[in-house]
Design a protein around this ligand. Sequence first.
Ligand SMILES: Nc1ncnc2c1ncn2[C@@H]1O[C@H](COP(=O)(O)OP(=O)(O)OP(=O)(O)O)[C@@H](O)[C@H]1O
Ligand SMILES: [Mg+2]
Length: 289
Amino acid sequence: MHNLAGAEVVAESVCKTFRTKGGQPVQALRDVSFRVNGGEFLSIVGPSGCGKSTLLMMIAGLESLTTGHLAIDGNSVKGPSEVLGVAFQRDNLFHWRTVLGNVMAQIDLRGWKRSKWEDRARNLIHMVGLEGFENSYPSQLSGGMRQRVALCRALLHEPQMLLLDEPFGAVDALTREQLNVDVATICASAGVTTLLVTHDINEAVFMGNRVMVLAPRPGRVAGIVDVPTFTPRTSEFRVTPEFLNVSADVRAMLEGSTPTPTAAWSPDRNGRRQEDHHNSQLGSGNEQS
Ligand SMILES: Nc1ncnc2c1ncn2[C@@H]1O[C@H](COP(=O)(O)OP(=O)(O)OP(=O)(O)O)[C@@H](O)[C@H]1O
Ligand SMILES: [Mg+2]
């Protein structure tokens, strides 16, 4: 693998407001500012609907900003960039291509020489545990298998930056832990800048150099937590006091920034949950404005 310097990402006061079909504004992100250094691994956590996917789509050049500024290596993001590898929440595989064909799509789209990349494609497919499925079609795979194909496709062309949006969401627990190790190792050894969105706090801490916590409605940066250095990122890291402390810090920051039903819970005189009365009038705390 080439040792390309990873791309640097700078977000300055990024805001995003969508319009619903009825014309109502939905503010997805407000004043989001952060910097990701070249080669750094930033994990992003936050409650459902806080704008994580929107943020990655904007960095990928697939969604516009309402106000603010986004730059990759000092250049304003104006559209999709060749330096990127992306694996989004929906795997977006080509249903008419096999597993190998989907992974090799990166090379075909760029018009590069197939023979130079096929071994690497097969190695990646092996790494994610899909050896033997090279000639299967997406419709013959489970959701977790499809996600792993999408991950191979994102990694194949040795991108300078990886944008991963819950890439392991449908993968079983043990495979997921192994993929955490493998992907963290690939990213670190290749020096690729990586932004990983995940709902799993332990995964965020295990893989990240830092963890950014987003607060909801509209999405804002609640804080960024540093993860202590542990190289290589092997499973032993998960049981160290440092890991447990950082995970607890991230959890506290998430809980502090997220109104949860349990936080509002207190029994009334009849022992009923008081927020049930509120919810019947106001709706649950998780819906979007
Ligand atoms: N194309 C769109 N049109 C209108 N509103 C949108 C659109 N895309 C996203 N939104 C709204 O923007 C907000 C953020 O959505 P987004 O998908 O970025 O959240 P998320 O943090 O990725 O959530 P999850 O964890 O559930 O994937 C939500 O309120 C959503 O309804
Ligand atoms: Mg999302």
